[in-house]
Design a protein. Structure first.
Length: 270
């Protein structure tokens, strides 16, 4: 019994020192995550491993916007993607953003370009826009309510959305059993728009992304807090180190990031 007590006493500072050392190592990344706003992840070092997405969301959005009069971007983040899509477009563009941190960032970026930003949930059952208001509705990684989106899309208009599939980063489940499995919108969105009479085209791809360091992955986990509920670097230190050991490769920590693209065209009015 005495030996067991001595072992337990020795293990406490050992675990504490492991967590403290990891926090020290990750401190620059923790700082970056705490200062994050908008939706620009270019400061995170990551590369695509294997085949990239077989589509380019921004190129498709620009092509559709070129033929539109009014465009709505649901859940614009900090407006980074929309500002690039809008370059050279004659259409009127409007954005929504619900997060109180990102809404001011989006406003500062898009308002000088003549694009209003409206505080609204993208998956709301009532969006603050009139019927048939937009020729093109965009949503990049933002949940939507298909019936309400249909209300604001003009006849002949297009809905273009790229979404994260339900089981993003499945490799992390073995290390974080509490990892969230999100609702699977893939079939739900397809069936909803088909039932509304739209012509629907969908593509899906399991992309592999290598995060250059454990710190780069931790930034993502700190920002995208819904993925691992109650994520805490100190408490989860051993799990993080296990991820680094088991999933680390010469190019980084490789994770699967399944994505899908939906293009839906509303029928013309009879």
């Amino acid at each position: 019994m005495l030996l067991r007590q001595r072992q337990e006493i020795q293990e406490v500072p050992r675990r504490g020192s492991v967590a403290a050392a990891l926090i020290d190592r990750l401190q620059p990344y923790i700082q970056r995550a705490s200062e994050f706003s908008g939706w620009d992840f270019s400061f995170i070092e990551s590369t695509t491993v294997g085949s990239p997405l077989p589509w380019n969301y921004e190129v498709l959005a620009r092509q559709h916007a070129a033929a539109a009069r009014c465009v709505l971007d649901l859940g614009t983040g900090g407006g980074e993607v929309l500002s690039r899509i809008a370059t050279g477009q004659a259409a009127s563009l409007v954005a929504t953003e619900q997060w109180h941190v990102n809404a001011p960032v989006a406003y500062e970026r898009l308002q000088p370009l003549g694009m209003p930003v409206v505080r609204a949930r993208s998956d709301a059952h009532l969006l603050p826009f009139r019927d048939d208001a937009f020729d093109l509705v965009l949503s990049r990684h933002e949940a939507i309510e298909p019936v309400e989106v249909d209300r604001i899309v003009a006849p002949g208009g297009i809905v273009l959305t790229q979404q994260v599939m339900a089981d993003n980063w499945p490799e992390l489940t073995a290390f974080f059993p509490q990892k969230t499995i999100f609702p699977d919108h893939f079939a739900a969105y397809h069936n909803a728009f088909v039932s509304l009479g739209y012509t629907v085209r969908m593509q899906q791809h399991n992309m592999k992304t290598a995060y250059r360091s454990l710190g780069d992955l931790v930034v993502m986990l700190l920002i995208a807090k819904d993925y691992i509920p109650d994520f805490d670097i100190e408490r989860d230190a051993e799990a993080l180190l296990a991820v680094e050991s088991a999933l680390g490769t010469p190019v980084g920590i490789v994770l699967t990031e399944p994505r899908y693209l939906l293009e839906a065209r509303k029928p013309l009015a009879p």
